[in-house]
Structure formats: structure tokens, C-alpha cells
Design a protein around this ligand. Structure first.
Ligand SMILES: [Zn+2]
Length: 455
């Protein structure tokens, strides 16, 4: 069976092989469906059962004699001519230095090397010489998709199949300019990868596969690439995710637009933080890296994939392995220089375990409530306007609170604090309230609030 199927074997002159050659010539095609292989093996009395056949195909695949892919077609497909397939792959992913063809093809070529995106017409042009019918073309694109070499990009504006685009990170030139993120808030970098002793280096091929695989997750035309770096738009979560390759690690950063209007800005920040905490894009990328490495670097299958942060003392990535305890906050000890440092990344990516994060949040909210109650109970009514001014409430808001007929003194002070909290959002720190009290020389109450916060 192996001899029949292998179409790229050299022909020799022995008489027995001429029958073999006839079979190969008439019944073995470069691309075969599972059903065709079953029929062929039955015809020559080589079929025992389905499992035996699959085992044989997998064995031939491991040897590199055929390519057997069960992710394409109904029951998988078999490529009997591996060299032929590789030369098709090569014509698609290795852009020619001198492109022959129309002006449109030349333009597509330039776009591809600048953006890592390829048009369908360029692909058709690149594989024209192989004379493939539409079915074979589809199968080959599906194979490249299954192996994460390329990935079709969903274009919401154009779903009538006009011009399809493909994301092919292999194509990108190294001199493409980095993104301009100056108008965005950028999180600290979090790294995903392996200890040097486990996997010393992640090849570019693994990184490119990871990028295609990420595109399948957050598929939209907003993906942008530059050398060793990609930026995905997470449309439902108002932020971008940057995925960068740094030697043996994959660096992650999220960024969102900085808006000068407080309410809008706060709603974006809340949405982004919530998305990081609940949807955990870093965990999605980590799982994709694990499966890519398991599939393609079989020797390293099962190696321990971890999160890393960069040490601010020695500038080296150090892995996060231990569980976090409440007292640790964002402090971590570097495995290389043995120094302790506070990592913004641990905070930005909510790395510590979820239960602790929620407990910490409830705990902080409880404390804040207690402080608000203390101030509302003790602050004299004559201080309301100045308190509002110092906490930067608008004059309208202060007047509204002050002149309310239905509310007593306690309610009014409490309202000042609540309005301040709504306005400051995530940046609302009780220390600002303490500072306001001290400016008003109400030091005894300020001391009490501080004491309550540290209890
Ligand atoms: Zn260090």
C-alpha cells in the first residue's frame, strides 16, 4: 500500500514496478480523499479495517512519505506527492523578487510584504503554473489553514465572496515600521514561554503559527503586523492585543485609546479590565502556544509553559510559578538576580488567582464603605461646599447636593463622596479624601480615616 501511494518515489526499471507505475499513474492522484484511498486499497486486497488504514497513513505521515490531514475534508485527505505540495506552499509563501504579471499583482505583492496580508488573486497567480482545478486549490488552502501557515481574514463589509484576503505572517519584511501607540494607554508586558533549560529557543515558524491561530480567535480585518509583532483588535472588548516575539518568549501587551472625556474613558477602562479578568486573553494565547509547540515541536511536547515578567533590576524575564498570597501584593522575587521588585504586569494582567482577586476587591470596597460612613457621620454640614471643591466636583454638582431639600447632613456628605468616586473611577484613592480633610484642617477625622484603612 505504501509503495502504491507514494507518488514521489523514483521509477525504476524492474518489471514488477511497471504494473505499480500503471496503478500509480491511473488511480493515485496527488490529492486523495479518504474514500478514494479506501476504494483503492480494497481493490488490491489491502484493506483490513478502517483503524488499520488510519494507523498505516499516520505511520507514512510520520515517515514523510505522504501527508495525512484529518482536519480537511469530510474524513481527512491524503497528499501522495509531498514534494509537489511543498513546491506549491513555497510558491505562495516565498514572494518572488521579480514579479511577473499585471500592475494589480505587483501592487498585491507590495501590500503583502508590508502588511503580511495576501489577496486571493495573488495566490491564484502564484500557483498558476501548477494548473490546479478549484477543488484542489480549496484543499490546498484548507491544508495551509489547518497547519496555521495562513488564515483567511473575515471581512464583515464583504461577505459576498468578492475578494478574499489571507493573513500570512511569513511574508512580512523585517523593515516594516512598528505601530504608533502614542495615543493609547499601554499595559505592562507579560511574557509567555519556557525556561531556557526546557526549550532554549522558539523558532519563527512556531511564532507565525501562533499568530495565525490567534487570528482565528479574534478574526477581523483590523489585524496589523510588523516584524516579529502583531496587533489584534478585540472588537467586543475595546482594546488591542499586541503579540510580540522576543527570543524564547512571547510578549503580550494590551492597549486602549486614551480619551479625555471622563465618563467615556472610565467606561472603556472598566470594560478592558473586566475583559482581562474574565476572558483572560493571555490564557487563550498561552493555550495556543502550548498546542502549537505540542503539535510541531514533538520533542518538547509537555514542556512546562509559564508566565514571565521582566525584572526591573536585571532586565531579565523571570517566571511566575508560586501561588500569590495576600501579603505579596505585586511583589515578586527575581530568579536570576534574587532581588525583589514590584511588577506592574502582575497587576495589569490580574495574574494572581481569581479567588484572591475577588476577595481583595470586596475587602477594598468594604473598607471604603466604612470610611465613607465615618466621614458622613462626623463632618460638619458647613464644610460641604469646600469638601466638594477640594474633591474637584463641578459647581453644579455641589449646588445640587447642597440645596437638596429631602436630604439630611449625613446624606449630603455621603453624596459628595459618592460623586467623587463616580468621577474618579478606578483612580479613586481614599488618600485624596484624607488630603482634602487635612487641607480643611480637620485632622482628627483624617487620622481616624487613615487608621480605618490600615486596620
Ligand atoms: Zn532580576
Amino acid at each position: 500500500m505504501a509503495t502504491i501511494l507514494n507518488k514521489s518515489l523514483p521509477t525504476n526499471n524492474q518489471p514488477a514496478s511497471s504494473i505499480m507505475n500503471q496503478i500509480r499513474h491511473s488511480q493515485v492522484h496527488n490529492i486523495m480523499t479518504m474514500q478514494q484511498v479506501v476504494t483503492l486499497s480494497q481493490q488490491y486486497g489491502l484493506y483490513e479495517n478502517h483503524d488499520e488504514l488510519i494507523a498505516m497513513l499516520m505511520y507514512l505521515h510520520d515517515l514523510g512519505e505522504v501527508i495525512y490531514c484529518d482536519k480537511v475534508g469530510d474524513d481527512g485527505i491524503i497528499i501522495t506527492n509531498v514534494d509537489w505540495l511543498l513546491s506549491i506552499f513555497r510558491s505562495i509563501i516565498q514572494l518572488q523578487d521579480f514579479v511577473q504579471g499585471s500592475a494589480q499583482i505587483k501592487r498585491d505583492y507590495d501590500i503583502a510584504s508590508q502588511t503580511g496580508k495576501l489577496s486571493r488573486s495573488y495566490i491564484d497567480h502564484a500557483i498558476y503554473k501548477f494548473n490546479l482545478d478549484d477543488n484542489s486549490k480549496q484543499t490546498i488552502l484548507a491544508l495551509m489553514h489547518a497547519y496555521d501557515i495562513l488564515c483567511s481574514i473575515t471581512n464583515e463589509k464583504n461577505d459576498n465572496g468578492e475578494e478574499c484576503q489571507y493573513f500570512v505572517p511569513y511574508l512580512l519584511r523585517y523593515d516594516v515600521k512598528p505601530f504608533d501607540l502614542s495615543k493609547y494607554h499601554q499595559s505592562d508586558w507579560l511574557y509567555i514561554g519556557y525556561e531556557h533549560t526546557d526549550i532554549p529557543y522558539l523558532p519563527d515558524g512556531i511564532y507565525y503559527c501562533l499568530l495565525s491561530s490567534c487570528l482565528k480567535e479574534w478574526n477581523n480585518t483590523d489585524v496589523e503586523l510588523y516584524y516579529q509583532c502583531a496587533k489584534y483588535y478585540l472588537a467586543n472588548d475595546n482594546h488591542y492585543l499586541v503579540v510580540r516575539k522576543e527570543e524564547s518568549h512571547i510578549g503580550l501587551q494590551y492597549c486602549y485609546q486614551e480619551i479625555n472625556e471622563l465618563k467615556r474613558s472610565q467606561s472603556i477602562i472598566d470594560k478592558v479590565k473586566n475583559s482581562i479578568f474574565v476572558k483572560r486573553p493571555h490564557e487563550i494565547v498561552k493555550n495556543k502556544l502550548i498546542s502549537t509547540v505540542n503539535d510541531r515541536m514533538v520533542k518538547f511536547k509537555g514542556a512546562d509553559c509559564r508566565y514571565f515578567v521582566k525584572c526591573s533590576e536585571c532586565n531579565t524575564q523571570t517566571s511566575i510559578t508560586e501561588e500569590y498570597k495576600e501579603g505579596d501584593q505585586n511583589w515578586i522575587r527575581c530568579k536570576h538576580c534574587k532581588m525583589e521588585f514590584a511588577s506592574q504586569s502582575l497587576n495589569d494582567w490580574v495574574i494572581y488567582n481569581e479567588k484572591f482577586w475577588i476577595e481583595k476587591k470586596i475587602y477594598a470596597e468594604d473598607k471604603e464603605r466604612a470610611c465613607f460612613d465615618l466621614i458622613a457621620a462626623k463632618l460638619n454640614g458647613t464644610h460641604i461646599v469646600r469638601f466638594g471643591v477640594l474633591l474637584k466636583l463641578t459647581d453644579t454638582k455641589i449646588n445640587e447636593i447642597k440645596s437638596s431639600q429631602d436630604e439630611g447632613r449625613y446624606d449630603k456628605v455621603h453624596n459628595v463622596l459618592k460623586s467623587w468616586k463616580d468621577k474618579a473611577g478606578m483612580n479613586a484613592k481614599i488618600s485624596a479624601v484624607v488630603e482634602a480633610l487635612r487641607k480643611m484642617e480637620i485632622n482628627a477625622l483624617a487620622d481616624e480615616v487613615e487608621k480605618k484603612m490600615t486596620e
